[in-house]
Ligand binder design. Structure first.
Ligand code: DQA
Length: 313
């Protein structure tokens, strides 16, 4: 999920956004700058040549392109981007929206008018804009950060907010008995990738999807059950490869059913094409679905499936 900053022109969004992106190590996009790159004209020129209406429709298109980027980013929007309900719902769907708030008086005392066509002719118009847009900022934002005078404290407050309130989905991946031995355990069936290598590549794909992935492995049925129970309120979904417990554990099935979180069951091997005792999964009855037979790719497909389930919720 992205972090999207909204607020009046001159409220310090760009400076804060750029500093935040460095702090949390995410790419930075300034919507107005992206529009300029896209159209090949300055914001002032677009307003003069095509008018505000045309500008707003370009703004929506460019915002959509930036929000569709899979790598979570910090996005700073122009002052009026919140007016269009399409933009507001796009922002809400794409991340955590934070309003950067500064009073019109403070804005006027520091404002650089270049690239701010609505204020260039009459800077006092900031008072009207502030009044007109108040409700829209309110509707758009999940949180507000006061930025009366730019300061290190504001950046600290913003960083803290983003790190604690990030809407990133949390997924727990549980692996059952003997899966810690992947890489050396029956490689003709389970492949050569070690357990650590699989975890690393999953964590990398999760990070690209802005998913908070936690991975645990245990050889003990009770411990897996404890972790399933503890996931309530902590996690948004569970991926599980119960190993051999797949075929025997009514207790794991009961745990899965009792937590009411979406569960996707994973198997590296195609359990239907092996010994008959593996063809039946006891635990799968509690899962939304099962992915089996694609080797380590089964894990990635399951992550993808869960990510889709959670976005559609
Ligand atoms: C497994 C299949 C199970 O039958 C077996 O006991 C495992 C691994 C798989 O990932 O293919 O331990 O779950």
């Amino acid at each position: 999920m992205h972090v999207i900053l909204v607020g009046l022109s001159g409220s310090g969004k760009s400076t804060l956004g750029e500093a935040l992106s460095k702090r949390i190590n995410r790419p930075f996009y300034d919507l107005d700058k992206e529009i300029v790159k896209n159209v090949g004209k300055s914001i002032d020129e677009i307003f003069a040549d095509q008018g505000e209406r045309a500008f707003r429709s370009i703004e929506t298109k460019v915002l959509d392109t930036i929000c569709s980027k899979s790598e979570p980013a910090v996005i700073v929007t122009g002052g009026g981007a919140v007016i269009d309900p399409k933009n507001r719902s796009l922002m809400k769907r794409s991340g955590t929206v934070i309003r950067i708030k500064r009073s019109p008086e403070a804005i006027l005392s520091t404002l650089n008018l270049e690239g701010r066509p609505l204020l260039k002719a009459d800077p006092n118009r900031i008072y009207t804009l502030a009044r007109e847009r108040e409700d829209f900022y309110h509707l758009a934002a999940d949180y507000t950060v006061q930025n009366e005078t730019a300061s290190d404290e504001t950046l600290e407050a913003l960083t803290h907010l983003v790190l604690t309130k990030d809407k990133a989905k949390k997924i727990l991946l549980l692996n059952g008995p003997n899966l810690n031995l992947l890489g050396t355990r029956e490689p003709s069936i389970y492949g050569n990738m070690t357990y650590e290598q699989i975890c690393k590549s999953l964590l990398e794909s999760a990070a690209k999807k802005a998913i908070n992935l936690e991975i645990k492995q245990s050889n003990h049925e009770g411990e897996l059950i404890d972790w399933i129970q503890e996931a309530v309120g902590e996690q948004d979904g569970i991926l599980i490869n119960p190993g051999a417990y797949t075929h025997t554990s009514i207790a794991i099935l009961d745990a899965i059913r009792s937590v009411k979180l979406p569960v996707v069951e994973i198997h590296l091997s195609n359990i239907h094409a092996r010994e008959t005792f593996r063809a039946h999964s006891v635990t799968a009855a509690g899962a939304v679905g099962v992915i089996a037979g694609f080797g380590t790719m089964s894990y990635h497909l399951a992550l993808e499936a869960m990510s889709n389930i959670l976005t559609e919720q």
